[in-house]
Design a protein around this ligand. Structure first.
Ligand code: ZN
Length: 382
């Protein structure tokens, strides 16, 4: 009996997950689809991560909005490494949670107390929120929250047709920042947060180890602030993209790296080193490229486990910090995008209207698939 029940549950979620979007692909399920067709207009997507590797599409509950809430029709969601790590079970998600950290949409309803936001406003759904529980949050200093909540991990993310949230959990987008550029906001905010934390004077040299999407944007933001980024990656494509963005120093992580680095820094090595966690390059590089007594930063959108060589960290008398969100820097990041401080054209874009996110996240987790600097974007339809 239990087995039958389980298989019915599985079959039901399978229908939810695949039939509505994938009718063309699953042509042999047309007969079953007809059962759902009469009320298709009220069925709205909501991709919920139930447990590791179990992402199912379930109908979203409609609810009326409070006076300080907005209802946002989600337009685009970026499939990120962060979501993929959550999907794999390694990212510490508190199941069940709707997946999707980076999204933009349109306001379809705004409550009476949503100051400055009106219907049809184009908005970024903020990917981070104050935790509400730490000392800073409890004493009215949410901007200093020590345990920032992240969409998809700590609260429901945005891979769904509609989001109802507080009006200050979205930010209106200026006309000059299009939807796809806006999906880069958190990466720019993360970079800005790192720049701010390093407090380095102009002309300082910063190694950026791993130059995928987040690493490339970081190098561009550092350069905008008159620091000198030195990009290190093993992918010729990623290095070429960095050069196309005007980054002067871009080196392969090979046996010539240290001699290249000595040339670039007149033998002084770097004033800071940022290791992007999804790069899968040797973390020991972070200490190796660093001058004595400087700061090593772990950063990026993939909170995966790896080993840091402690002896090399101690030998260099280095400080180690991690910065994994752009919390507090969203407005600054949007301003940088308005001023074209970051070139996002360099990233190849893949916009999917028919998709099974399970396949996309599995592919993002596949280390054998090279996808340096590619943005895979889900376009929601309703
Ligand atoms: Zn807090």
């Amino acid at each position: 009996m239990r087995i039958i029940l389980y298989s019915m549950c599985f079959f039901s979620s399978f229908l939810h997950a695949h039939v509505l979007r994938g009718r063309k692909i699953f042509g042999n399920l047309v007969a079953f689809t007809k059962i759902y067709e009469y009320n298709e207009s009220v069925i709205m997507d909501n991709w919920i991560l139930k447990s590791a590797n179990t992402l199912v599409n379930e109908q979203q509950q409609e609810r009326t909005i409070a006076p300080d809430e907005v209802k946002v029709k989600v337009a685009y969601v970026l499939a990120s490494n962060f979501d993929a790590v959550l999907y794999s079970g390694d990212g510490g998600a508190r199941y069940p949670k709707t997946i999707g950290r980076f999204a933009v949409g349109r306001v379809t309803e705004a409550g009476a107390e949503c100051y400055g936001l009106e219907r049809n406003a184009r908005v970024l759904l903020k990917p981070t929120r104050p935790c509400g529980r730490c000392l800073s949050c409890k004493t009215g200093r949410e901007e200093e929250c020590s345990s920032v909540a992240i969409a998809g991990r700590d609260f429901d993310g945005f891979l769904r047709d509609f989001v109802v949230c507080k009006y200050d959990e979205v930010t209106e987008l200026p006309d000059s920042v299009n939807d796809i550029e806006a999906l880069c906001t958190e990466a720019v905010a993360l970079a800005e947060s790192i720049y701010d934390r390093l407090e380095l004077p102009a002309g300082s040299r910063v190694a950026v180890i791993g130059c995928n999407f987040a690493g490339n944007i970081l190098a561009q933001v550092l350069q905008y602030h008159k620091l000198i980024p030195i990009v290190i990656d093993n992918s010729p494509v990623a290095l070429e993209k960095a050069r196309a963005c005007g980054i002067y120093y871009s080196f392969a992580a090979d046996e010539e790296l240290m001699s290249n680095l000595n040339d670039a820094t007149s033998g002084q090595l770097c004033d800071a080193a940022v290791y992007t966690t999804c790069s899968r390059l040797d973390p020991a590089l972070t200490m190796r490229v660093l001058a004595e007594g400087k700061c090593a930063v772990l950063s990026g959108f993939a909170p995966i486990n790896f080993n840091i060589p402690a002896r090399e960290l101690c030998d260099k008398n280095a400080t180690l910090t991690s910065i994994m969100t752009g919390y507090g820097y969203t407005t600054t990041a949007i301003n940088l995008l308005v001023h074209d401080a970051v070139n996002t054209d360099v990233f190849e874009k893949e916009i999917l209207t028919e998709f099974d996110p399970n396949i996309i996240y599995k592919s993002l987790n596949d280390v054998t698939v090279t996808r340096k600097g590619k943005m895979t974007i889900f376009k929601l339809i309703i």
